[in-house]
Design a protein around this ligand. Structure first.
Ligand SMILES: [Zn+2]
Length: 54
């Protein structure tokens, strides 16, 4: 269970309600906000696309 902790059914079990929302970076709605983006001194949850972006 150590692999792919943010994928598939595991996510739904772990975050039944809190993992969907609007990405503050790309403004998409209904996306999974499981990636943390750090900008300056603040960090926030973003979608997969924004989270993987460097
Ligand atoms: Zn995004």
């Amino acid at each position: 269970m150590a692999t792919k902790p943010y994928r598939g059914i595991y996510v739904k079990k772990t975050y039944p309600n809190v993992w969907r929302g609007t990405c503050p970076s790309c403004k998409r709605t209904g996306v999974k906000l499981l990636w943390t983006k750090v900008e300056g001194e603040s960090n926030f949850k973003v979608c997969k696309h924004c989270g993987n972006k460097k």
